[in-house]
Design a protein around this ligand. Structure first.
Ligand SMILES: Nc1ncnc2c1ncn2[C@@H]1O[C@H](COP(=O)(O)OP(=O)(O)OP(=O)(O)O)[C@@H](O)[C@H]1O
Ligand SMILES: [Mg+2]
Length: 242
């Protein structure tokens, strides 16, 4: 059995005639910051939802931390921030964090320490007793990220974690992602921001349910013979249909 944090083999998801994920192979060694990029509808969210056990596979299989998906034993070690908000809007930010912490049976002391750290990362310490419905869109998004991180998971799936987040805070988020990495966590995230993708260890470029290129950003750019990831994506897209 491989020691990789994530292994997907020939993952396939069909919706009727539509192939959302097309025999995808993916492997993330532990401690890697992996960025999945690709246009709307290319299958990024579907891939993540299959990995976290929210969507069944039409074919193929996957393993998280050595356990076959859908994982049970390893679930407490996995964090997931969905693209659509999955927080409760009629309770406060603090109550949301507490709820997620309780789901994972966190010790009170651990929770309070972790809550403090995350509230500072999302820069919402002063708003922790605000009802979520009264927060701005970006603030709700930041709350959702903190909920995914509250139990200090080993393996994180973050689906567009920085969407709607202001530039200054995005920088803070990326500092935090690097910190997670330096603590040995494995992160798979999606983004439409190329300035973010370039900060990942490995970028996977998705198009029509397939990975058309994968590697460190600089390697991808040099293989495509271009100076930025956007152009590299276009070049690999061209090659994929040629
Ligand atoms: N429940 C569903 N039923 C039918 N088709 C679906 C369903 N969910 C997703 N799809 C289709 O699967 C494809 C992949 O969608 P997915 O959400 O994975 O894309 P994505 O890469 O995450 O896009 P975005 O960048 O917009 O988030 C799309 O064509 C989408 O319309
Ligand atoms: Mg998506």
């Amino acid at each position: 059995m491989s020691d990789d944090a994530v292994v997907g083999r020939k993952m396939r998801k069909e919706y009727g005639k539509l192939v959302a994920v097309d025999d995808l192979d993916i492997a993330l060694p532990k401690g890697l910051l992996y960025g999945l990029i690709g246009p709307n509808g290319s299958g990024k969210t579907t891939t993540i939802k299959m990995l976290v056990g929210l969507l069944s596979f039409t074919k193929g299989e996957a393993y998280l931390l050595g356990e076959k998906v859908p994982v049970r034993k390893k679930l407490p070690l996995v964090g997931y921030m969905p693209q659509e908000l999955a927080i409760y809007t009629d309770i406060t930010l603090h109550e949301n964090l507490e709820l997620f912490a309780n789901l994972y049976s966190m010790e009170r002391g651990d929770f309070l320490r972790r809550e403090k750290e995350l509230l500072s990362m999302i820069d919402l310490a002063e708003r922790k007793d605000s009802v979520v419905s009264q927060l701005s869109g970006g603030m709700k998004h930041r709350t959702s990220l903190a909920c995914a991180l509250i139990h200090d998971p080993e393996l994180l799936f973050l689906d567009e974690p920085t969407v709607g987040v202001d530039p200054e805070l995005r920088v803070g988020f990326w500092k935090y992602f690097s910190e997670l990495k330096s603590r040995g966590k494995t992160v798979l995230l999606t983004t439409h921001y190329m300035d973010e993708a370039v900060r990942c260890d490995v970028v996977g470029m998705m198009r029509a349910g397939k990975l058309i290129a994968e590697g460190p950003p600089r390697t991808l750019m040099s293989e495509a013979g271009v100076g930025d990831l956007e152009s590299a994506f276009l070049e690999f897209s061209k090659r994929a249909v040629a």
